[in-house]
Design a protein around this ligand. Structure first.
Ligand code: F0G
Length: 485
């Protein structure tokens, strides 16, 4: 159902909008080609009011100042003293020009790194020099969400919202809470499943002063409730059903291209939860190709946790596909009904992606078609082993992020990703987000290991770096250093 919030400034009602021709070169459009309904850029919606499908932010590029080459965008670097040029999102404003640059909100997001990693390349099976990690955990709130939040927040300010809400497995809420506390432009209301989010993330929301509502349920319950509450109370919703969020997340791909000197990699590998990133990446590359700014598409690999494998189940096993805009969505409905009938809920150590009903499913299957994508699922054991490899080889990441590396390894073993292919794995969240999972993996305490990981089917920690226990005596310490150092 369509959600039209009640907003003061220039937000308009549906009836008004239908009568008004869209004069702005940026607008919102239903993703279903059969519907294609258009809405103004100043409307607050999370779905098409005609058919209920998701919305895109769309542009009439002929009326906008499009760069003639991507390298033109580098000029912003020379003006880093301007916060919009410093921002790793807004220095690409010409590729997401839905509100004027002066009105865009920034807290210094998007200062992230693409690094080659020889150690992880070896683990994955890629040739050295062909495998890269994109560290989105370096964002101000420690996850990729800040890319999208800066965009949704800018739109929320544009329409005059005073409160913003989200349901979250932790990172969206941390990001929203941070933007609210730094800018003081809005108040944050966040919905989390009780006991479902990692402590690093919960601690951020609490510290930044967000109103934190813990729902007796999981993320999917929280998501359903926040949609209802935000619609009823006129609170601006910043989950990735908000199409402006995804505009910001396109810039992750622009930065990857920039770091590769504007060369398109062969593969982008990304964890799949609510499927916002994968949807945004597909849109980014589709637009760049249409604008003649890249000459070929990368392939997309989306990796589910086996305990939260809706996408993999629907695409790999039940053959759901975009089908050029006519997806057989009854496949998904049937699957959700089965899941409900059996009382099955998502369960994985990668709590960020512990999601049954990904809200961006339709956009994601479109991205899979655009980018000749593939979907795989990986076990919690594979996720934690990959995470340990990432940590040992560099800046580290949280469990969900490591699904991308575990998935890349699986795809190389299958021969789908070639050893020579240029591969970029997106590390979505910072290593410190979920210390419990990390400590439990490296621990010598069998009970802790069993409680946190054994209960999820993890049976070994092949890459553990265990602490060495010694007495408080010089000779014991010196001996330990000789032995293990
Ligand atoms: N990785 C991390 C660290 C995440 O926090 C999330 C999503 C994902 C991957 C999945 O990304 O939804 O674009 O497929 N976290 C959301 C949240 C759901 O509430 O923080 P996606």
């Amino acid at each position: 159902m369509a959600a039209v919030g009640r907003f003061p400034a220039h937000a308009r009602s549906v009836r008004e909008t239908e009568a008004i021709p869209l004069t702005d070169p940026a607008y919102q459009q239903c993703i279903s080609p059969a519907c294609g309904a258009k809405y103004g850029i100043d409307e607050v919606r999370v779905a098409c009011s005609r058919c209920g499908d998701l919305l895109d932010v769309a542009y009439d590029w002929n009326r906008l100042s499009v760069p003639s080459a991507l390298s033109e965008l580098q000029q912003a670097w020379a003006r880093r003293d301007d916060p919009h040029c410093f921002s790793g999102v807004w220095r690409f404003h010409r590729l997401l020009p839905f509100v004027p640059l002066e009105q865009c909100v920034t807290v210094g997001e998007g200062q992230t790194l693409l690094l080659p990693s020889e150690g992880v390349a070896r683990y994955v099976g890629s040739k050295p020099g062909r495998f890269y990690l994109q560290y989105e955990g370096m964002n101000p709130s420690g996850s990729f969400k800040d890319n999208g939040m800066s965009a949704a927040f800018s739109h929320a300010r544009f329409v005059g919202a005073s409160r913003a809400a989200c349901a979250s497995t932790g990172n969206t809420s941390a990001s929203l809470a941070l933007y609210c506390s730094v800018t003081k432009l809005m108040r944050a209301v966040i919905f989390v499943g009780s006991g479902k989010i990692a402590y690093g993330k919960l601690s951020q929301a609490l510290d930044y002063g967000a109103l934190t509502v813990q729902i007796a349920g999981d993320f999917d319950d929280a998501m359903a409730r926040v949609k209802e509450v935000s619609q009823q109370l006129g609170i601006y919703l910043v989950n990735s059903v908000n199409p402006f969020r995804l505009e910001g997340q396109k810039t992750i791909m622009y930065r990857v291209l920039e770091a590769l000197r504007w060369e398109v990699p062969d593969w982008i590998v990304v964890p799949g939860g609510n499927l916002g990133n994968s949807s945004a990446f597909g849109k980014a590359f589709d637009e760049l190709l249409r604008l003649g700014l890249i000459d070929r598409m990368p392939r997309l690999a989306i990796i589910n946790a086996a305990g939260a494998n809706t996408l993999s189940e629907l695409v790999q096993r039940r053959k759901l596909c975009w089908n050029r805009g006519k997806p057989p969505l009854e496949i998904a409905c049937r699957y959700y009904d089965e899941m409900d009938a059996e009382g099955r809920r998502a369960s994985t150590i990668a709590s960020a992606i512990e999601i049954n009903r990904p809200v961006n499913l339709n956009k994601c299957i479109r991205a899979l078609e655009i980018c000749s994508g593939v979907v795989r699922e990986v076990s919690d054991q594979e996720i934690l082993d990959a995470k340990a490899q990432v940590g040992a080889g560099g800046l580290g990441c949280e469990p969900a992020s490591a699904a991308s590396v575990a998935g890349a390894r699986k795809l190389v073993a299958e021969g789908v990703i070639g050893r020579d292919d240029r591969v970029v794995c997106i590390l979505t969240g910072h290593q410190l987000k979920d210390p419990n999972a990390t400590v439990a993996y490296h621990t010598t305490d069998q009970k802790l290991f069993n409680d946190v990981l054994g209960s999820r089917g993890v049976s070994r920690a092949s890459f553990a770096n265990r602490a060495v226990s010694v007495g408080n005596r010089y000779d014991e310490i010196a001996q330990a250093i000789e032995l293990y150092g």
